[in-house]
Design a protein around this ligand. Structure first.
Ligand SMILES: Cc1ncc(COP(=O)(O)O)c(C=O)c1O
Length: 477
């Protein structure tokens, strides 16, 4: 049997004229009507609630008696008191309904609703292949051995050992030379952007944003105090010259150089150099979003743009969402040397920090070699899943889609003909239970291409790929 939710708000207001027992009645009725207490849920014992609210037991007893008489509660002797199982469903809009309505705004783009992922959902690593046993052991070990000091507040800039591990990893794998003090731990890209803007921006600063560009960063930035300048992208990545024409003195430029989101192209060397040169001359900051660069299936992973940053202009942003799993909510950035003090101050003033336990778990995961082993395995697995998915989808849907495989990443872009309506088709696919967001939604001003974005990391084998491709084919007809 479920017990009443701990976040149930039963606080009473002693300043109100309404007697306290009536206030309690009112709170329970509201909770039941709004769906945060369900039929059959156990409510707190009289003694416990009286102690929690600092009231006489008699006051709570009176409230429970009234609620029982009115049919809201049912007393079950030793089994406690429960919300009456025979209550009709709540008459008013349930929170779930409200949440579903709120979710509709981005439902057709990227699924982030805490539910089991849908097939083909982009942005997810292979959840079935993550070494959960190892992870559980490492975190369990930390949990059992936790010292008293670890129950206090974490360092808002991040757990020191993890910052060290990341600095070493970046040096070896991404060519990024940095010291641990430059590494800040965050809960994800948006937290990174929040700290970056708080540290380095002033109201009205212009901000280059790839067009098309990462769809979940856009609303965050549009709500921030910067002016978004969409800069077009072609097969060589961000068009730096266009950016210079549109906004020569922008304070920021955000790029996905290794694997452009969503087109998958790589920022050419020429453009990388042009971008760095512009940032040095204009005194601007480049935010390098290096979200899934570890996965490259042709040749070696490219060094990060940050590795070429001779003039300290690049804020390097990485995440554990793809290389481990996104439920972890751990990411990081490397601050330019000249800005470390500002980031440090902003972190201490604005940032709550991340839970110690998971940071320590990740530090151990890296230190014991599981991280590099996992990456190595995933590169092979993804190369396989990508090849199978693209071949099968091309074979089965060849008359509707065209797949140009890009060298890296965790999704495939299935292009559609110009006359197709990718938003409508993605909607049909969604009705069939598939999450294939429409490419056109990633665009702001540039002429949108029509296409569907297919996450291949969780397509487990050829049989699975065939089943999904046939399902998509049926949804598109
Ligand atoms: C383009 C891009 N940047 C960054 C991220 C990582 O975001 P986070 O660290 O918040 O999970 C993602 C995740 O899907 C992404 O697609």
């Amino acid at each position: 049997m479920k017990t009443a939710k701990p976040d149930l708000d039963l606080r009473i207001d002693r300043a109100l004229e309404l007697p306290m027992y009536q206030q309690i009645c009112q709170r329970f009725k509201t909770a039941i009507e709004q769906g945060s207490l369900h039929a059959g849920d156990r409510v707190p014992a009289v003694r416990a609630l009286a102690a929690e609210l600092n009231l006489a037991r008699g006051t709570v007893e009176m409230a429970y008696r009234i609620l029982t008489d009115e049919g809201y509660l049912q007393v079950r002797g030793a089994a406690g008191t429960v919300v009456s199982p025979s209550l009709p469903p709540p008459a008013i809009l349930k929170p779930q309904v409200v949440m579903a309505m709120a979710g509709q705004a981005h439902a057709a783009t990227v699924d982030r609703d805490g539910k089991a992922p849908k097939p083909l959902q982009m942005g997810l690593p292979a959840l079935d292949a993550f070494p959960r046993k190892v992870w559980n052991r490492l975190v369990g070990h930390r949990l059992r051995g936790s010292e008293l000091a670890r129950l206090g507040y974490p360092d808002p800039a991040g757990y020191a050992r993890l910052r060290e591990r990341i600095a070493t990893y970046l040096g070896v794998s991404r060519g990024v030379t940095c010291v641990p003090e430059q590494v800040f731990i965050t809960t994800g890209l948006r937290n990174t952007l929040e700290l970056t803007l708080s540290s380095l921006s002033t109201v009205g600063d212009e901000f280059w944003f790839e067009d098309p560009g990462y769809i979940l960063a856009r609303p965050f930035l549009q709500n921030a105090a910067v002016k978004l300048i969409p800069v077009p992208v072609d097969e060589h990545g961000l068009m730096v010259e266009a950016g210079k024409r549109l906004s020569p003195n922008a304070k920021f430029a955000m790029v996905t150089p290794s694997h452009q989101s969503p087109l998958g192209v790589t920022l050419s060397l020429e453009r990388r150099m042009a971008l760095l040169e512009w940032a040095s001359n204009a005194g601007s900051w480049i935010i390098e979003d290096d979200y899934d660069s570890e996965f490259r299936y042709q040749g070696r992973p490219l060094p990060a743009l940050k590795s070429m940053d001779r003039n300290d202009r690049v804020i390097y942003s990485g995440t554990f969402s793809k290389v481990m799993f996104p439920g972890l909510r751990l990411a990081y950035f490397v601050a330019p040397v000249s800005a470390v003090a500002r980031f440090q101050a902003v972190c201490y003033n604005l940032n709550a920090g991340c839970p110690y336990l998971f940071q320590a778990g990740v530090a151990d995961f890296i230190a014991e070699g599981h991280f590099s082993r996992h990456l190595k395995k995933m590169r092979l697995l993804y190369a396989d899943r990508r090849a199978v998915t693209s071949r099968v989808f091309q074979e089965i849907l060849g008359d509707r889609i065209r797949i140009d495989l890009q060298p890296g990443g965790l999704h495939i872009l299935a292009k559609l003909a110009d006359h197709e309506d990718d938003v409508m088709l993605a909607g049909h696919a969604r009705t069939a239970g598939l999450a294939v967001p429409p490419l056109s939604r990633w665009y702001i001003n540039a002429k949108p291409q029509q296409g569907l974005l297919l996450g291949f990391a969780n397509v487990i084998d050829e049989k699975d790929a065939i089943r999904l491709a046939l399902k998509l084919k049926q949804a598109l007809t």
